[in-house]
Design a binder for this molecule. Structure first.
Ligand SMILES: Nc1ncnc2c1ncn2[C@@H]1O[C@H](COP(=O)(O)OP(=O)(O)O)[C@@H](O)[C@H]1O
Ligand SMILES: [Mg+2]
Length: 304
């Protein structure tokens, strides 16, 4: 029942300690399906951290998501509760102990599959505007990560000398100081990229897979723009294409463009160091990692 790629991906990321959870997963899924009166309705799929089981439920087509029990996956249902179906899929059931949620089913596609037209950045910006509501209590604050971000940037310079121009690291540190430490108390999605935005019949686009944090919604704009560099990589002028998307996104989200650009710059420098240290989910080594790192290095320059 559990896709082999999900098993291998989870073992590669979490190590052998994930074996027990993976072994128990089919029983966990069966137990939840029975408790929540669901019948299976299609192939099991998966993301990076969770399996997705399409089901039928009294409230309509739904999906059961069971995530790997990791602290980063704790607040997903809290964000769905706060949005209450406005801009995000509805939450029907939750079992926090099992890291399980039952969600309204969106359509089987993503915003990323629209291609490379202007409508992607506009749709994502409009959705971000809807999602930026007062944060519920108890979510982790992005501002509490600011000291760690600054420390990691300084360590990156030590461990990978010359990898990122000094002026770019200084700008990233300035962003941590100016935007990172004092942020609004708004609900931030936390993983707002185009594959976590799905079409639906109820609203044009609905968010899935939130981390759920408190902070500056412009942070989500940076998270959205980062992988857009991959989609736009064949543009004749990548910097121009990215700045065009930034304008569209910030306009639709009603956010200060310079704020989104600041976060985008910080996230690009973070990615340049992170990629050299750990690789990326898409590639841990080899020519594909080199290609992505070259793009990230271009991003760093583009946002300056
Ligand atoms: N509510 C939903 N309706 C339809 N498809 C969904 C829904 N939630 C997730 N999916 C599909 O499963 C994929 C992985 O789900 P996601 O919540 O992003 O998991 P992960 O946290 O592992 O990335 C999504 O990209 C999407 O294709
Ligand atoms: Mg996802």
């Amino acid at each position: 029942m559990i896709p082999e790629a999900f098993v291998q991906g989870t073992l590669a990321r979490e190590g052998e300690s994930a074996t027990r959870w993976l072994t128990e997963l089919p029983t966990i899924v069966e137990g939840l399906l029975s408790r929540w009166d669901c019948t299976r309705d299609g192939e099991v799929t998966h993301g990076r951290v969770g399996v997705i089981v399409p089901v039928q439920h009294a409230r309509g087509p739904a999906v059961l998501k069971v995530s790997f029990p990791h602290p980063g996956n704790v607040h997903e249902p809290d964000a769905f509760v706060a949005w209450n179906g406005c801009g995000a899929v509805r939450l029907y059931e939750r079992d926090d102990e099992q890291f399980a949620i039952l969600l309204e089913r969106a359509q089987p596609s993503t915003l990323g599959e629209l291609g490379d037209g202007d409508e992607i950045a506009v749709a994502a910006g409009q959705l971000s505007r809807r999602l930026a509501i007062p944060a519920p209590g108890g979510l982790p604050r992005l501002a509490d990560q600011a000291d760690r971000w600054a420390e990691e940037l300084r360590q990156g310079v030590v461990d990978f000398p010359g990898a990122v121009p000094k002026a770019s690291v200084d700008t990233a540190l300035a962003v941590v100081g100016e935007l990172g430490r004092d942020q609004p108390d708004l609900l931030v999605h936390g993983d707002f990229h185009q594959r976590n935005i799905l079409p639906s019949a109820r609203e044009p686009w609905l968010a899935v897979d939130p981390k759920g944090c408190t902070g500056d919604p412009a942070y989500d704009g940076a998270t959205f723009l980062k992988p857009r560099a991959l989609a736009l990589s064949s543009s004749a002028d990548l910097t121009k294409a990215l700045h065009h998307e930034l304008d569209l996104y910030a306009g639709a989200a009603e956010l200060d463009r310079e704020r989104v650009r600041g976060w985008a710059h910080l996230q690009a420098v973070q990615a340049a160091f992170h990629g050299r240290r750990h690789g990326f989910g898409r590639a841990r080594g080899g020519p594909e990692l080199d290609r992505i790192l070259a793009l990230v290095d271009q991003l760093v320059v583009s946002w300056c």
